[in-house]
Design a protein around this ligand. Structure first.
Ligand code: NAP
Length: 270
């Protein structure tokens, strides 16, 4: 039996067990994926336990995505540049760290808009948190024309922009940068159930510009509803979760699993 898990604190809410256990069944792999709550003070002990029990690997969620890097024997280039690891593979007790969030983001848009090509697109990215780092890294690998970060805390946007050699504009200017935008991404928690809405006016966004929200609860966020109403092509956030998981599964088992409508529905219903 191949053992895998997600570690975090808290971790009860994670959809990852549902996703990976679905794929074990679907692909006829004798495996099990569980959620393991590890307090930050016990990270090393918790990971040592996992190694000792012979796990194939594990995913990492809040608050361990950065600290897990100290326990990895090797870290792939993508995770190193992003500065966070969300997937670990264990080979003979040695830990290799990966980050699959950027892949999840790109693949979601490619699948959501058939034939989508990022090359030469101007991107406006709202948010400068952990998800934004992975998204910027992914977008830069696709030769986009430019990335403009807009964030409530401007200093964070500026710092990120300097690190990745992209642009940053203050929060108050978020509507002004949309006229040149071809891909608009919300990577803040705004619009999530229980959170305030993202206050943005997309009237000047060109009609063919794609709108993506990485928030997926609700699936149709207020931003995406606005996009639908204004007839923009749009992509929901659920696929980013599924494709980042798919790449992790592939890292562990060399199998790229199917992201099916049935699986998507199971997550939305859970
Ligand atoms: P994070 O590191 O905590 O960053 C949060 C971001 O949201 C920051 O840019 C923050 O701005 C902004 N924000 C929060 N409250 C705000 C408010 N009231 N007004 C304006 N901006 C606000 O979180 P993260 O890991 O990047 O994740 C961001 C969101 O993406 C979360 O909702 C998460 O669930 C979702 N997500 C989805 C996927 C997926 O697979 N679909 C993957 C990763 C994350 P400040 O810098 O000003 O605080």
């Amino acid at each position: 039996m191949h053992k895998t898990a997600v570690i975090g604190h808290p971790v009860k809410h994670s959809k990852s067990p549902l996703i990976h256990n679905y794929w074990f069944k679907k692909h006829g792999i004798d495996g099990e994926y569980t959620a393991i709550d590890i307090h930050p003070d016990n990270l090393k002990q918790g990971v040592d336990d996992i190694i000792e029990k012979g796990y194939r690997g594990f995913n990492i969620t809040i608050p361990h995505k950065e600290t897990i890097m100290n326990l990895c024997d090797d870290i792939d280039d993508t995770a190193r540049v992003i500065g966070a690891v969300n997937t670990v593979r264990i080979d003979d007790g040695k830990l290799t760290g990966f980050n699959t969030d950027g892949f999840g983001f790109l693949e979601n848009i490619r699948r959501g808009i058939a034939g989508y090509n990022f090359t030469n697109k101007n991107v406006v990215l709202i948010g400068a948190g952990g998800a934004s780092r992975a998204i910027i890294h992914g977008l830069k690998s696709e030769n986009v024309a430019g990335i403009t970060i807009v964030n409530r805390t401007f200093e964070k946007a500026e710092k990120l922009a300097a690190e990745f050699d992209v642009d940053a504009v203050p929060w108050q200017k978020r509507n002004d940068v949309l006229a040149q935008c071809r891909l608009l991404v919300n990577a803040t928690s705004l619009g999530m159930t229980g959170q305030p809405n993202l206050d943005i006016n997309i009237t000047h966004l060109p009609l063919h510009a794609v709108v993506n929200d990485i928030v997926y609860a609700p699936l149709m966020t207020p931003l995406l509803k606005q996009a639908r109403q204004n007839k923009h092509p749009f992509v929901t956030g659920i696929g980013m979760l599924l494709y980042q998981a798919a790449q992790a599964f592939n890292i562990w088992f060399d199998v790229m699993p199917d992201v099916t409508d049935e699986l998507q529905q199971k997550i939305l219903d859970s």
